[in-house]
Design a protein around this ligand. Sequence first.
Ligand code: BG6
Length: 300
Amino acid sequence: MRIQELQSQFAIPGAVEFEPGQGGLTRMAITTSECAAHIYTHGAHVTHWQRHGEAPVLFMSSQSQFKDGAPIRGGVPVCFPWFGGSGPAGAPIHGVARLAEWEVESVTLKSDGTVVAVFLLNANERALAPWPQRFELRHRVTVGRSLTMALEARNTDPKPQRITEALHTYFLVDDVRQIRVLGLENASYIDTAGGGRVERRQGAEPITITAETDRVYLNNRATCVIEVPNFGRKIVIEKSGSDSTVVWNPWIAKAKAMPDFGDDEWPRMICVETANAHGNAITLAPGASHVMEARIRLET
Ligand code: BG6
């Protein structure tokens, strides 16, 4: 749908506008009494959420692409219907949802001042290649004093469907070497840093980042807290419908190897991803649906 059509159908004066974003891609700009946010229809991708008077919460790479068929680097990529390299042979990692153009289904300004925007990826009548099965995916984003994202997947295929997924959230930090991630103490994880796959167990201490970090914590529903001392804040990530948490920082060499990520940007971000990955794949019977939700708030 063109920007003018979205504007006439869904804009809310003073709260929600549609505008050309970076690369000319369409974005929804939200302003509430508490915060500002941007969501692109490309990937239903939240790229910005910032409470008034405070630092942004989401990291965006200055080198990100903004074009059809390419993922946006930063914000919250929606990884679906597969996480990582578990898709069809030869398919790109992290699924088709972050590469696709989504429809806007509804936008609502609630009486408490929050804005709820629902995006729809309709792969109902025909599958979205190279994924062979049909589905309907809704991304419900609630923007206000906190940021809530609920990804609802419905299997519209005649056969059962096995999916993996992530809300691949990039958080802005001042220096990743100074932060701590709490909530995953004593948990087991798959360490995929450097392309390996080794099972390990987290010690009793919170996570600190001292090297390339790429971990999938399975069977884990814990709330995570990122302490960002130099911003004087804690980022709290609560979740439901998610049995995996992914923690990722590319560190120096991998940052250099990624063309859409600045060589010096790795200290400024940490991904703590709400996911169902690897052995936490979900099998949806025909007609069945599943909701995975991440609720992000700040404590100062
Ligand atoms: C993380 C994975 O979730 O995403 C990493 O655990 C991967 O292995 C990272 O490198 C970024 O993926 P992409 O496709 O956005 O470069």
